[in-house]
Design a protein around this ligand. Sequence first.
Ligand code: ZN
Length: 355
Amino acid sequence: MKRRKFLGHCAATSLSAVFCGRSFGRESGEPPSDAEINSRNLLIADPHAHPYPLQGGRSFDSSTPTIEIMKKLNMALCSFSAVGDVAYMRRGSGAPFADTKDQLGKIRRMEEEGQVRLALKSPDLQALTASRTAPAGLMAIEGGDALEGKLQNLDVFHEYGVRLMTLMHERDNEIGFNQRSSSDGPLSPFGVQVVERMNKLGMVIDVAHARTGTLKGIAEVSAMPLVDSHTSPFLQGEEGAGSRRLRTWQEMETIAKTGGLVCTWPLAYSGKNSQRTTLKHWAEEIVLMKARLGIEHCGLGTDGGGGLPRLVEGWRSIASLPDLMAEMGKAGLTREDIAACVGGNFLRLLGKCLA
Ligand SMILES: [Zn+2]
């Protein structure tokens, strides 16, 4: 089969065979060449981003993905995450449900204009991510604050097209505790209901921002794999130091044991004795995660548009992904590893979680 035809065949036949690198006839274990890691050969899926015109940070930043960038990269799918606690962040109080619904309305309008096609059901995913006439969009909410403590609001959001929710964000809410909180605690009884309902409705549960006790509670209750859509491991030997948004190996193992996925992001940070400030560091971190968790539990979540205070050198936005993939190859990851990490693993999880 000619390569081009084979690529089309791969895209059309199986989401799990996401990378067509197997057709290149090289031994597994060899790093991919520049041509092979060209993003057009891959199914790229970003589980956490705030594309234009959504606004994840306090102001628009240059990491914000646009439909143009997605098309240029030939992305298969991108999260469109509304912020569920923006009412609290901006004004100190507000109406999180109505405010989140407003943000989601922008995605609905993009869909009506044909700029994006929403991923809603498992059986549609394959065709949706294969055709690439417009990127597939995953409607998401970051911050279960948007539910305002009412389970029926979850049903309303699901009905509207939301298929992923990050339960916690920047404040403790009716569900549990967030990573920057001064205290930790279990998943609340309402949180238990939310997790069970999300499993039933076919929604992806994102544990990003969840404090350890709440994360454990979610893992115990959920019958489906979990994703942490944007985080990184603490630097070796510096657990507890640096950003509070980082994960311990124990936390990441908790997520992996659900069959889930830990997605690393472009935040740059420095510890006392080591740092994570370049694409090379990011790629080496994935190699370490592969060794400790297994590559099937690794992903990338860019938090594009999320207003990260400092990005690793060489990363501007998802448009820098080919440069990261080149570093991943140099760090020793195979083409199958890279394909799994940039989208294959998340699309597999999505296929499993959506009803
Ligand atoms: Zn976030």
